[in-house]
Design a binder for this molecule. Structure first.
Ligand code: FE2
Ligand code: FE2
Length: 317
């Protein structure tokens, strides 16, 4: 007879294979729990660190309409962070602990946010490319096996598609503008293209997590498949804009029905992951300072909640 853990594991895998979600109170292997804490919290950190490069442009948006849209977008990202921290908390870790890991430099977040936003066109390129890449990943995650994560993703995806469109519309306006504006759009595409491709993570051959993540349906497509899908979607969009993707090896492959593309500079990728990107330090400093400056808000909110609880208690008695 098999021991009980082994039976639980078989039952767990069976549930996943049948397409059922795993919920917080269900039995799960420790590694499944740990992998999810890592993945969902990294995702949450990426949402809130991702507010920084764009937040930087809210005061400099060129029109009122652009300002309102960007403000709404950055605020959405804060909301995504909150859903995702809550989803991580269902796995038995507190938000304080997660934030502490981020601020101590122990947690990862998407490396793309360690690049600077130099011009207004970068806001267009981020929405178009970075949110565009995020959607591809996140649509897959709406069917991930962990229930709270999958449900958070459904709502997040709806908002991401607005982000992508607002970015593309900025690019379209610039590309239909003056020569200088078109040049700004080209420059932004040239700088953001390769880091966007890196967002899908290392190649399948190099990725350490892919196999188990597939078995547990944490992921349903590999990094390379998702990257290819992004490239196939995005190349025609650049064609409409009339700007050039900075890859001389990029070309349509009749046989595979996909675009072939050039070699990604993985040295740059690992360098940024290790903390040596252009803005790694700046981002963490901004996060820590926002957290310290926000201490009085957290304190006031918990005092208010306490007061409400006491009031309800007195009224009930
Ligand atoms: Fe987001
Ligand atoms: Fe977004």
């Amino acid at each position: 007879m098999k021991d009980s853990t082994e039976n639980l594991e078989i039952e767990f895998q069976h549930k996943i294979d049948q397409g059922y979600n795993i919920e917080p109170k269900d039995w799960m292997p420790e590694k499944y729990r740990k992998t999810h804490i890592r993945q969902i919290s990294q995702h949450a950190h990426s949402e809130i660190v991702g507010m920084l490069p764009e937040g930087n442009w809210i005061t400099r948006a060129p029109t009122l309409r652009r300002k309102v849209a960007l403000l709404a977008k950055v605020q959405d990202e804060a909301g995504h962070g909150l859903y995702l921290y809550s989803a991580t908390e269902t796995l038995g870790i507190s938000r304080d602990e997660l934030i502490e890991q981020l601020h101590a430099g122990k947690a990862k977040y998407s490396s793309i946010f360690n690049y600077p936003t130099l011009t207004w066109a970068d806001i267009g390129a981020i929405g178009w490319l970075v949110d565009g890449a995020a959607i591809i990943n996140q649509v897959m995650l709406t069917r991930t096996s962990y229930g709270p994560y999958a449900r958070a993703m459904v709502r997040i995806c709806k908002e991401e598609s607005f982000h992508q469109r607002q970015g593309y519309e900025i690019m379209l306006t610039l590309c239909n503008g003056t020569e200088v504006q078109k040049q700004m759009a080209q420059d932004a595409l040239s700088r953001w293209w390769w880091p966007s491709l890196m967002m899908f993570g290392p190649t399948d051959a190099e990725s350490t997590h892919t196999e188990l993540s597939m078995k547990w349906k944490i992921k349903r497509k590999s990094n390379d498949e998702l990257r290819q899908q992004f490239i196939d979607n995005t190349v025609p969009q650049a064609g409409i804009l009339g700007i050039t993707i900075p890859d001389k090896d990029l070309k349509w492959n009749e046989k595979t029905g996909h675009y072939d593309f050039g070699e990604i500079d993985w040295e740059e990728f690992w360098n940024v992951v290790k903390g040596n990107g252009p803005c790694n330090k700046q981002r963490l400093d901004a996060r820590r300072s926002a957290y310290e400056k926000g201490a009085w808000v957290r304190e006031a909110a918990s005092q208010y909640a306490e007061k409400q609880r006491n009031k309800e208690f007195t009224e009930a008695n």
